[in-house]
Write a protein that binds this ligand. Structure first.
Ligand SMILES: Nc1ncnc2c1ncn2[C@@H]1O[C@H](COP(=O)(O)OP(=O)(O)OP(=O)(O)O)[C@@H](O)[C@H]1O
Length: 599
């Protein structure tokens, strides 16, 4: 789905949605925070009136008036301080709660999108990154919104006070309009640019991780490439900074012009009132309220700018993510079958990765028979993993169909389909949980089922690994934890493999180079056992698809598919393909010869 297929919703819809989310997070706290923040804004604006009363009383020698005005001033100051304190506490508590709520919401939305497209299309990645980066900031925007409401009320009150001196002074508010407009435009323009420059920030982050993570650190030390990485990071930041700073200078220049217009009008008003017989109290009121008007305006603008940048823009991106997620959830009505009778068919499937224009699979037609162990081979980049991803519904084919028996995979909900498949992948995850859970994640509903976890351990030949760890299956994994056990690459891969074996009866088991970090003999033994078990269960109609570069493993499969850059070049059993004397036979012979030579 190209980016323009799902454009950003309007900022205002985003704002309403974010408000609703805040209300859901904590209705009581949001109400208290609103009342105290708006309340705290008003006493300050009334100080101008009391100061005018004070000036009047002082000039007319009214002792009682002076005392009353002084008491009122004190009362206003204390009320303002107290309400501000209360509002700060209420807002902070609310922001804490809303931050947790928002982050959880964003995580849920992102993981709820069945495809991987939002991780790969650059324009989507930038948006998702902004939502992710602003997930906790979004929780602070309520405070800014309430303050902005308070500030607007304070502005109205201040302008009304000015109009008591002379109705035309209300026009001072009009001179403030350019400032508001520039500020509104500024937030949007900077945010759009930030989104457009997202790839520089990602690049800088990538170089940062390269320079600080342990595993690239080894290679960088050997290659003496640290300076190169540092330079890469600096260049990425500099490119982003240059463009942002140019844009900020332009917006700041416009803002200064708008402020200059307002300031001239204010100075002119003070002079006009003073020269046209205005009383001292009126001049005091105009000076106090007018100078505060500028201060209130810049505060309001700061809040509006923040709201515009983070909230309106962040809010509409959050809404965009919600819509993307719910659209994906709505699309698929047909449940996957409980059992497969004939197998999985790829019917003239073509696929191009989002954001690219090169076909990775072109018009591929294949049949993976129910009950069969199918192996897929091909050179690097031939499209093997891509085909596996299509079968896992991480992407949808551009053209053609994938059929499970006779039902289209495209019509099945991704979640329901994935409950019926198992998998172990070459870029496996290192889940730093206790070993039992790290394996049990393969079938979360049975993660607590000791028998199921034990069986997965046996199937992955990971018993020796479990026995070597101090607390067996209860050992905490990963060096992020103080007591965590760090595993070798091959051991992590065995954990991933065991995870892939958690489900007893998947419709399809996808094994995409799941043992690349293990030695060839271990891999051979593992799959020999596995293929035997699979054949014993043939009548249950499961399909196993194994991607491997090791022909000693591949030869055990019932059907071998040779992919050759976008197309299927050959298919058949090991014996058939050897007899064919084509690409498979050639590659098999090269590996077998190398193996004989080494031995
Ligand atoms: N996320 C992606 N976005 C764009 N192109 C991609 C993406 N992933 C893979 N490709 C491209 O698709 C082609 C096929 O990649 P794929 O990972 O399917 O190959 P493979 O046969 O599994 O290779 P290998 O044996 O090295 O694992 C490659 O040319 C690769 O550059």
């Amino acid at each position: 789905m190209p980016a323009e297929d799902h454009p950003l919703p309007s900022s205002w819809r985003g704002m309403v949605r974010t408000l609703r989310l805040g209300w859901t997070a904590s209705p009581r706290l949001i109400a208290v925070a609103f009342a105290t923040t708006v309340g705290a804004a008003l006493p300050d604006a009334l100080i101008a009136v009391v100061l005018a009363l004070l000036a009047d009383a002082v000039l007319s020698g009214n002792q009682a008036g002076v005392v009353t005005a002084a008491i009122l001033l004190g009362a206003l100051a204390v009320t303002s301080w107290l309400l501000r304190l209360l509002s700060e506490r209420a807002n902070r508590r609310f922001a804490d709660r809303a931050a947790v709520f928002m982050e959880a919401h964003v995580v849920q939305l992102q993981s709820g999108i069945p495809s991987l497209e939002h991780h790969e299309r650059p324009s989507y990645v930038n948006r998702v990154q902004l939502v992710r980066d602003h997930a906790d900031t979004l929780s602070e925007v309520y405070q800014y919104l309430f303050q902005a409401v308070g500030a607007v009320l304070r502005l109205i009150l201040t302008i009304s006070l000015l109009m008591t001196v002379h109705p035309l002074l209300g026009l001072l508010g009009l001179f403030a309009v350019p400032i508001a407009l520039v500020s509104h435009w500024r937030g949007g323009a900077e945010h759009t640019l930030e989104e457009r420059l997202g790839h520089h920030a990602r690049l800088a982050r990538h170089f940062f991780l390269l320079g600080t993570d342990a595993s690239p650190g080894r290679e960088l030390r050997v290659a003496r490439g640290r300076d190169r990485v540092r330079q890469g990071r600096q260049q990425a930041w500099a490119a982003r900074h240059r463009a942002m700073s140019r844009a900020r200078w332009t917006t700041t220049a416009w803002q200064s012009i708008a402020l200059a217009v307002f300031s001239s009008a204010f100075v002119g008003s003070v002079a006009a009132v003073a020269l046209n017989g205005g009383s001292a109290a009126q001049v005091v009121l105009l000076l106090t309220a007018g100078s505060r008007l500028a201060q209130y305006l810049s505060e309001t603008l700061g809040q509006v700018h923040f709201l515009r940048t983070i909230w309106l823009e962040g809010g509409c991106r959050l809404l965009w993510l919600e819509e993307l997620s719910s659209m994906a959830a709505k699309q698929s009505p047909a449940p996957p079958p409980e059992e497969m009778r004939s197998g999985i068919t790829l019917d003239r499937v073509s696929f191009t990765y989002p954001g690219t224009d090169r076909k990775v699979l072109d018009d591929v037609t294949l049949r993976l028979p129910a009950g069969a162990v199918v192996a897929m081979v091909g050179e690097n980049g031939a499209g093997k993993s891509t085909l596996v991803k299509l079968l896992a519904k991480m992407y949808e084919p551009d053209t053609g169909r994938i059929l499970v028996d006779d039902a289209a995979l495209a019509d099945m909900p991704a979640d329901a389909w994935r409950e019926r498949l198992s998998g172990a992948f070459q870029d496996f995850a290192r889940f730093e949980y206790p070993l039992r859970l790290s394996i049990g994640l393969g079938d979360l509903a049975r993660a607590e089922d000791a028998g199921a976890v034990e069986r997965a351990v046996e199937r992955a030949d990971a018993r020796a690994l479990v026995d070597r760890l101090d607390q067996g299956l209860d050992t905490q994994l990963g060096n992020t934890w103080a007591e965590g056990a760090e595993l070798s690459e091959g051991q992590w891969q065995k954990v991933a493999l065991a995870r892939g074996y958690m489900r007893d009866q998947p419709l399809i088991l996808l094994l995409d180079e799941p043992a690349s970090a293990l030695d060839a003999e271990t891999e051979h033994l593992l799959f020999e056992q596995y293929a035997e078990r699979s054949r014993a269960l043939r009548n249950r109609g499961r399909v196993t698809l194994l991607v491997s570069h090791r022909f000693s493993t591949v030869r055990m499969a019932d059907l071998i598919i040779v992919l050759d850059g976008t197309r299927v070049r050959e298919q058949g059993s090991h014996e058939e393909l050897l007899a064919l004397g084509g690409r498979y036979a050639e590659l098999y012979e090269i590996q077998a010869r190398a193996y004989r030579t080494v031995r």
